[in-house]
Structures are given as C-alpha cells and as structure tokens.
Design a binder for this molecule. Structure first.
Ligand SMILES: O=C(O)CCC(=O)C(=O)O
Ligand SMILES: [Fe+2]
Length: 301
C-alpha cells in the first residue's frame, strides 16, 4: 500500500554528502510513487509558519465588508503580474473542477488571501488592509513566502542528485519565478452548507507545491481511487507535491497526483505556495536535457 512518507531534511542539511544522498533517494522514490511527501527538519523557524497562520486567521475574522476591500479593482491580478492572484476571494468564488476543465461541478467552500512575488518588495502597493493588522499580515506572509521559496529551491537541489546533473540545474531555472501563495480558510461543516467540498479534486499546474495546515483535510488520490490524508504533526511540517510542470518536464516519471479538500467538523487553515519556473524557461518533455536527466539517454551533466 502506498502511504505518504514523512522525510526529515536534517541529514541533508547537517550530515554532508552522505546525508544528502540518503534524503535525495527518499524524495526521488516519493516523487515516482504518489508524487506527495511531507518534509520536516527544513531548518526554518516554526514561528514563521505559526505566525503566518495566526495573522491570516485574524484577517479572516474581519467583517466581510473589510475583506471585500482587499480585492483588486482590476480583477484578480495586477498589471505588473497578470497571471498571479492577489487579494481576497470569498466562499464559493473559485471552482477547482472548472480549473480542471470540468463544468457543472460545485464551487469550493474556501476563502483566500493571495499574493505573488511582488510581496517581496515592501514598496509595492498590494491589496492588504490599510491597518496595523494588514501590515502585520503582509510581513508574516512575506516571511512565509521567502521560507517556502528557499525550501523549494533546496528540494530541487536534492532532486538533482539521483538524476546526476549539476546541483543548480533546477534552481537556476526557478529562482526568479512568479510564484504564488494563497492563505486559505475552510469553514467547519454545518447545516447551511450544501456539501463538504473544501476544494474539488485537481492536480496543480506547478513545478512543486508546498503546503502547511492547521488540521487535516487534504486528501490524495492513490492506487486508482483510494483517498489518503498526508499526516503533518506540526504547523511547520510541509506537504510537498509534484505539479503538472514537473510531471511534464520529467516525461511523467514523477507524478502529479489528484488531491482535494474535504471539510471537517472544525474550521481549517492552509497556506499553499506554488513554485513555478522562471518566465523565460521553456518546459517541454521529450526535451534532450530532460531525457538525459531521467536516464533516457547518456549525456554528461
Ligand atoms: O488547502 C489544501 O489543503 C489544498 C489546497 C490545494 O490543493 C491548492 O490550493 O491547490
Ligand atoms: Fe492543489
């Protein structure tokens, strides 16, 4: 039976080359099996994750009229970055099934506050509340973004080891990406809700996705239909999954697996970080370099 492994990154950070090799082999196996794994021991302070969740919760508790002021007047994106969502979106406004091209399915019971790479620049005008609370949320989400970006790049270094290419092969293609981050609140189940769909089944269009949660709720579809829940013992344990770009890039040696969120009895938060490639990076399978990476051809790194 496939389960979702918990991988401790500590040996990769502290035990030199041998530690890196061991951890890299575990990650490689998980990427081929379910495409999902949980990481701990990544070296970033727990408070970065806990505080981002706490500040998000404070935001979500604001009156709806205040949250609605954190929408972009121009729609969901900014002219400087037309592909990345920024600002607030409310319950039932998004539909993961529609994103997958499936029409006529229910929308998702989830509220979100989103930001992309522009959050790294404190002078950029972004749709957060113009208050101490809003400024605090922005700083906490910025730290979260920086930590996840760094952890994602560290993970890609581990990817290169079993593949036998130079250590920066992926990171140099992903270090300027317009990644996006969405802090999400799922309501607890109640009689007013039509169903228990927090987020419909979908795959991610990313290279990698990193996610932390305050309670269980995400489920992964393995073995042709069985749904399993990754186990995170703390708020700084990160659920990592392969997205469609990496699956495509690896000619489907690494799998991008469907997942969904089912509402529980209590409210739940997650913060998801979608890692993409640099804008100028063409991702194609059957690409000579990628064939070499995944052992389909001999080519020196
Ligand atoms: O909130 C979650 O646990 C899952 C979110 C997710 O899959 C997504 O945003 O793509
Ligand atoms: Fe997802």
């Amino acid at each position: 039976m496939t389960t979702i492994p918990v991988i401790d990154l500590t040996p990769a950070r502290l035990e030199g080359e041998a530690g890196m090799q061991r951890v890299a082999a575990d990650i490689d196996r998980a990427c081929r099996e379910s495409g999902f794994f949980v990481v701990k021991g990544h070296g970033y302070a727990r408070e970065i994750f806990a505080e981002a969740h706490a500040a998000s919760k404070t935001f979500f508790q604001l009156p709806l009229t205040t949250k609605n002021q954190c929408r972009l007047s121009t729609g969901a994106t900014l002219p400087q970055d037309p592909y990345t969502p920024y600002g607030y979106s409310g319950l039932l406004e998004e539909n993961a099934f529609a994103y997958m091209g499936q029409q006529g399915k229910p929308s998702d019971y989830v509220e979100k506050i989103s930001a992309g790479r522009l959050i790294l620049n404190d002078n950029e005008s972004l749709p957060f509340p113009d208050s101490d609370l809003g400024r605090d949320l922005r700083q906490k989400l910025k730290r979260y973004y920086q930590a996840c970006d760094a952890i994602a790049l560290n993970l890609t270094e581990l990817f290169t080891i079993p593949l036998g290419v130079h250590r920066t092969y992926f990171s140099e293609r992903m270090d300027r990406a317009n990644d996006s981050m969405r802090s999400q609140l799922y309501p607890g189940l109640s009689a007013e809700l039509l169903n228990d769909q927090g987020m419909g089944a979908h795959t991610d269009g990313t290279v990698l996705t990193l996610l932390t949660q305050t309670a269980p709720g995400i489920q992964v579809r393995i073995n042709e239909g069985e749904w399993v829940a990754p186990v995170t013992a703390d708020v700084d344990h990160i659920i990592v999954n392969i997205g469609d770009l990496m699956a495509h890039w690896s000619n489907h040696e690494y799998v991008s697996t469907e997942h969904r969120v089912v509402l529980g009895s209590q409210e739940r938060q997650s913060i998801v970080f979608f890692k993409l490639t640099n804008e100028d990076e063409l991702v194609q399978s059957g690409n000579k370099q990628m064939d070499a990476l995944f052992g389909r051809e001999n080519m020196a790194a």
